[in-house]
Design a protein around this ligand. Structure first.
Ligand code: CAO
Length: 401
């Protein structure tokens, strides 16, 4: 007799099929895992309601399925009477009635307890989770359990002169983090964890600015003067905005619970250098003109590329700009460079249609993402700050006012 295997109720509206554990024609036992599904925070195996032979599989990896979706048909090979009873037992058991919203472990027969992350890792490493001894709470398999298994396996392999790489996925490779990556990574993690970030997005019409920039660059006729990029104008405009909105040019002292306003406007610029990142600081940006800023930026970028930055070149920053515009991408949310309280992300400017009241005209729009520390800056203040930047970049005449 044919048995329809349906998706049991696991307390989620939809789950994704991440593994199909059986093949058509395969003999399966009662409660053997048939497929693995993954919800927002948990993965689980769906056990077979009956022993039998897999006749049809109706789902594929990546399918999003709901409760009662038909997964497969089994050809039963046990006494007919047991079928209904077992199916009912499974479907009614606590395993599936349990709400999994807050816990990535599911209890029950034949279920493997592991988070989606650990399952993915195990899949990438070709490790069968059935072979792993769980040490986590509620018998959950932890990442450390996989590591221990790998270690043991490696020892055995070495003793037998058998290379672990031969049996593992060829894509598996370990890359050592550089010392710089370790330092940057630990700072990023600390900042991301400790600072309540909010990112405010804005699009700025820089058509006039870009026209002026191109004209200015085309008139440069000596080799000493460097060409000006959009970033230099952004630096200048931001320095004005920091003067007008001084809280953005501050740091938060956690011990004294005080906001410390900085006297100087020193803006760090993220520079991409061969898989790493430097943030040299342009000092007193508000006191320098566009061409001075341009040559100072060029010199700092050159020093970054040659790894010749001095301590003084990278210290005393009060605000940071990260411009990914010459690379591409639409938007990103940058992480604040503590003890600073805000960072401006800049993405690639693109031509977009703009309604001028009569017709659509093409304009060059620059995407900005301002992340700020919400303990120090409130949303309204941030919106005013970015609106001010928008106004100045859209029409630099306002800088004269
Ligand atoms: N939109 C469109 N065009 C842009 C742009 C933007 N947002 N930003 C720069 N451009 C243009 C420049 O105007 C220049 O145009 P021209 O050739 O017509 O003069 C061209 O792209 C090349 O600019 P550039 O990248 O050489 O110079 P820059 O001053 O804009 O930026 C630097 C210098 C060092 C900031 C940049 O090269 C860089 O390293 N960016 C990466 C920063 C980064 O990695 N951030 C992530 C930090 S978190 O991991």
């Amino acid at each position: 007799m044919d048995i329809e295997v349906k998706m049991p109720d696991v307390g989620l509206e939809k789950v994704e099929v991440i593994e199909i554990l059986v093949k058509i024609g395969e003999k399966v036992k009662f409660e053997q895992g048939l497929i693995t599904v993954e919800g927002e925070k948990a993965s689980m195996e769906v056990p077979s309601p009956q022993s039998g032979i897999v006749k049809h599989i109706f789902i594929k990896i990546g399918d999003k399925i709901r409760t009662s979706s038909i997964l497969m048909i089994l050809k039963g090979n046990e006494i007919h009477d047991n079928i209904e009873k077992n199916t009912e037992n499974i479907l009614n058991s606590n395993i599936f009635n349990k709400n999994i919203k807050n816990d990535s472990a599911i209890t029950g027969v034949n279920l493997i307890h592991a988070t989606p992350f650990v399952r993915r890792l195990a899949r990438n490493l070709n490790i069968d989770l059935h072979n792993i001894k769980p040490t986590g709470p509620k018998n959950r398999i932890l990442k450390e359990d996989l590591e221990l298994y790998l270690k043991k396996f490696k020892n055995v392999s070495q003793n037998n002169k058998f290379n672990l790489d031969q049996v593992q996925n060829t894509q598996f490779k370990q890359i050592e983090l550089s010392n710089l990556q370790k330092i940057i990574g630990s700072n990023l993690q600390k900042n991301w964890k400790n600072i309540p970030h909010v990112t405010q997005f804005e699009e700025v019409n820089i058509t006039i600015l870009e026209k002026f920039r191109k004209k200015y660059n085309s008139q440069i006729n000596d080799e000493k003067t460097s060409k000006v990029t959009i970033l230099v104008f952004i630096l200048k405009v931001v320095s004005y905005a920091l003067q007008k909105f001084p809280i953005f040019n501050s740091s938060l002292c956690n011990e004294s619970k005080k906001i410390i306003l900085k006297k100087d406007i020193n803006i760090g610029v993220a520079v991409d250098v061969q898989d790493s990142l430097f943030v040299p600081v342009l000092k007193n940006v508000n006191k320098k003109n566009i061409s001075e800023l341009s040559s100072e930026l060029n010199s700092l970028v050159k020093k970054s590329n040659e790894k010749k930055l001095k301590k003084s070149d990278i210290s005393e920053g009060s605000f940071t700009i990260s411009n990914l515009g010459s690379i591409g991408g639409s938007w990103f949310s940058p992480i604040i460079n503590a003890p600073e309280v805000a960072i401006l992300g800049v993405s690639k400017a693109t031509i977009k249609p703009f309604w001028n009241g009569e017709k659509f005209i093409p304009v060059l729009m620059l995407p900005l993402s301002l992340s700020y520390d919400h303990r120090v800056i409130n949303g309204a203040y941030a919106a005013r700050f970015i609106t001010f930047i928008n106004k100045l970049l859209s029409d630099m005449h306002f800088l004269l006012m």
